[in-house]
Design a protein around this ligand. Structure first.
Ligand SMILES: NC(=O)c1ccc[n+]([C@@H]2O[C@H](COP(=O)([O-])OP(=O)(O)OC[C@H]3O[C@@H](n4cnc5c(N)ncnc54)[C@H](O)[C@@H]3O)[C@@H](O)[C@H]2O)c1
Length: 183
């Protein structure tokens, strides 16, 4: 029995690198894997290999993210796991001294805004199925990384820093995470 038997898992940026390795591992654990990526031929090939589904998505684009979820719901009827992995590290984003505003904005859109969009439109689906794959902390850790990357203590409601084991995550009685009030 796999740890993700019959769980529907969307992995963005699954056509390459970390996402690809994760997709194979999740499939090995019994998940129904959704390979969500811009790279159509690599994504389709991987989805066929894993018996999953390829969805073409630009994670930086709101309508595209919404269409991704609509397609996955149409195919599987629900979503259990979301790994917001897609990202870029382009050559023209190399140093504060040389990086142009275009490159900066492109990286913010693909690496940061994408996680906001995928969480905003994806978490409601996870909640519908009982809150994800069983470990809500995994999702929160990824959001914590967004806070660390942005340097903004209030992004997604988390402060960067202590190790996950010592993080105090604010929750209301329903168990939902709330953005702390600004001082
Ligand atoms: N590899 C590392 O050492 C490292 C270190 C720190 C962080 N990361 C982060 O981990 C993630 C994966 O890294 P990787 O090395 O596997 O990268 P990778 O380049 O091998 O794979 C990224 C995948 O994301 C896809 N992608 C890019 N932009 C997209 C978009 N707008 N919409 C949908 N898909 C898109 C690409 O097509 C590709 O398949 C990235 O977010 C990266 O920033 C990687």
């Amino acid at each position: 029995m796999g740890r993700l038997d019959n769980k529907v898992a969307i992995i963005t940026g699954a056509a390459s690198g970390i996402g690809l390795a994760t997709a194979r591992r999740f499939a090995g654990e019994g998940a129904k894997v959704v390979v969500a990526d811009l790279a159509e031929s690599e994504g389709t090939e991987l989805a066929n290999e894993l018996g999953g589904t390829y969805v073409n998505v630009n994670v930086a684009d709101e309508a595209s993210v919404q269409a991704m979820y609509a397609k996955v719901i149409g195919v599987y009827g629900g979503i259990d796991v979301l790994f917001n992995n897609a990202g870029i590290s382009p050559a023209d984003d190399d140093s504060i001294l040389t990086t142009g505003l275009d490159a900066w904005r492109r990286v913010q859109d693909v690496n940061l805004t994408s996680v906001y969009l995928c969480c905003k439109y994806g978490i409601p689906h996870l909640l519908e199925r009982g809150g994800g794959s069983g470990d809500r902390a995994k999702l929160l850790r990824r959001q914590g990384q967004v806070a660390e990357r942005s340097g903004d203590r209030n992004v997604m409601g988390f402060r960067p820093s202590p190790p996950a084991s010592r993080r105090q995550i604010p929750r209301d009685p329903s168990g939902e995470v709330r953005r702390p009030r600004a001082p």
